[in-house]
Design a protein around this ligand. Structure first.
Ligand SMILES: [Zn+2]
Ligand SMILES: [Zn+2]
Length: 123
């Protein structure tokens, strides 16, 4: 049975091609993710430790705003453990990325995780 996760995985590998090829010409229509919970959304990237059940820490490269639409892959975040590795190594490289195992989520899930971890009230 094809699960929603298969679709997410396919989208993730396509996005990773884009990230590693460093192309900026991807059209906006392709830049979408099919979320099991939220439907067709913009993508966000989080380490595989982040989840919607329990807080694990939440770090992001800039302070994202849930009322803003981020349509260019700007959203990313990682947990306490990943931040420790990142601080030790000093940057994202093969080692820190293989520890984080960045996964693709939708922007709505991203802000749900942010809320769970930082406890801010969205609305
Ligand atoms: Zn992590
Ligand atoms: Zn979602």
């Amino acid at each position: 049975m094809e699960s929603c996760n298969d679709k997410v995985r396919a989208a993730l590998s396509a996005t990773f091609d884009k990230v590693y090829l460093n192309t900026e010409s991807m059209s906006e229509e392709n830049n979408r993710v099919e979320c099991c919970t939220h439907g067709n959304r913009y993508p966000a990237y989080v380490c595989h430790h982040l989840n919607l059940q329990k807080p694990v820490g939440f770090y992001e490269p800039f302070a994202s705003d849930p009322s803003v639409v981020y349509s260019n892959d700007e959203l990313s975040a990682w947990c306490d453990a990943c931040d420790e590795v990142l601080m030790r190594i000093g940057k994202w490289n093969e080692e820190s990325e293989s520890f984080a195992k960045i996964k693709l989520v939708c922007d709505a899930c991203f802000f749900d995780m942010k809320e769970l971890n930082l406890g801010y009230q969205a609305g």
